[in-house]
Design a protein around this ligand. Structure first.
Ligand code: ADP
Ligand code: ADP
Length: 225
């Protein structure tokens, strides 16, 4: 289990400061929610941690090591996007296997790991389907399986439930939390839904206009505002 620390992380697009000296300490194994209104910089911060955006100031420490400037594939970080970004022409099995094929994992190990990942998300019977033959919740589980199969040290979730209807969202929230507890992966969960953050997170940060306004447990932030 690894920690994630942001030290004075700043980012501007042109003259627009999107992140202003963000300092965050995320503990090993923690389920950490990043809450804030649309446009507050949540996705931008997540993409910086993932290494997708190289233009950054300050320091990003993962497991105590400075990963500033390291490319995504050297960070051992898994990210799940809002729209899942599954390959429509590939089967569920091949979607989940993709990251392992890229990493040249040998066949026997690949089969074992893809099988285990699909089992973890309850989709063992769906390997030969295509994404458009699945429900929204099932597609969400494929996206999760595809990410956990690479055994990331840190799991980044960018509004992963926002495309689901309310009932499914509440159900998937519980599934996600149970999965995170089982795997123990340090997890950063981005949402603009306060209830979602409060019902899942060990701790949360409230971001507004690129500034971290508050950090604490849901109880500390909302029982005594
Ligand atoms: P959130 O995830 O909280 O909705 P974002 O991180 O997506 O917020 O965006 C924060 C701000 O940065 C917004 O004002 C957005 O318009 C701006 N922004 C995001 N990406 C870019 C980009 N590639 N170029 C210019 N501005 C951007
Ligand atoms: P080979 O190349 O030896 O025929 P692969 O391992 O490449 O076998 O698998 C071929 C296809 O079969 C894959 O694209 C995948 O869709 C599917 N597949 C392989 N193993 C499984 C499995 N255990 N469950 C579901 N689908 C599988």
């Amino acid at each position: 289990k690894v920690s994630v620390h942001c030290r004075n992380v700043r980012l501007s697009y042109g003259r627009t400061e999107v992140l202003k000296d963000v300092n965050l300490d995320i503990e090993p194994g923690e389920f950490f929610a990043l809450l804030g209104p649309s446009g507050s910089g949540k996705s931008t911060l997540l993409r910086l941690i993932a290494g997708f955006n190289p233009h950054q100031h300050g320091q990003l420490l993962v497991d105590g090591k400075d990963v500033t400037g390291l490319p995504p594939w050297e960070r051992n970080i898994g990210m799940v996007f809002q729209n899942y970004a599954l390959w429509p022409h590939m089967t569920v099995w091949d979607n989940v296997a993709f990251g392992l094929v890229e990493r040249r994992v040998e066949k026997a190990a690949l089969r074992q790991r893809v099988g285990a990942a699909l089992e973890t998300v309850g989709l063992s019977a769906y390997g030969q389907r295509r994404p458009n033959q699945l429900s929204g919740g099932q597609q969400q589980r494929v996206a999760l399986a595809r990410t956990i199969v690479i055994e990331p040290q840190v799991l980044l979730l960018d509004e992963p439930l926002s495309n689901l209807d309310k009932t499914l969202r509440v159900q998937m929230r519980q599934e996600l939390l149970a999965l995170q507890r089982r795997l123990g992966i340090t997890t950063i969960f981005v949402t603009h839904d306060q209830e979602e953050a409060m019902t899942t997170a060990d701790r949360m940060a409230v971001l507004d206009k690129g500034v971290v306004q508050q950090v604490g447990t849901p109880a500390a932030l909302y029982d005594h505002p």
